[in-house]
Ligand binder design. Sequence first.
Ligand code: PRP
Length: 179
Amino acid sequence: MFSEAEIAAAIRSLAEQIARDHAGEDVLLLGILKGAVHVLSDLARELDQIQPGPSRLYLDVMAVSSYGNASRSSGEVRLIQDTTHAIEGRRVVIVEDIIDNGLTLSYLNALLSARKPLSLRSAVLLDKPYRRIANVKADYVGLTCPDEFIVGYGLDYQERYRTLPYIAKLRPDIFSDPD
Ligand code: PRP
């Protein structure tokens, strides 16, 4: 669906947009485990190369889950692991691999804005806008994704395929969901 080169270009575009909006500022990049591991890593290193850009980058992660091993969201987002950095008074950019029904990002926005950050923005590599439930938009979007079940570059199917360097459509004969 998206090659390594297309992903790299999208990450570069996200980094440029974030750099423009945060030039001279300290920024906390907050990756949402587990899907955002590759995006966080590549985006942080790309952002570090851009001048002018953030004066200092801090990295943190939190883990939430709404899908478990199912291909459909449970509709309930659970906090599994919190940040180590305090959020109050910081410029925070949430980093996600994908926004689909929007419940995860909506949950994160509510949770983190209550902690009084100086600013709170969100960067997603992939926007899948077809099944949105929550009225939420990411501030920075890398790629718009077709309405397919996709895997790779952090995205999994029952914990498989996260380590693919590209993003692929899962073949329907492999994809069977008893849930
Ligand atoms: C995925 C993805 C996002 C979320 C987006 O996480 O990484 O966090 O779903 O979906 P939504 O917009 O429909 O809420 P998942 O819950 O599958 O956990 P994982 O990242 O550990 O795979």
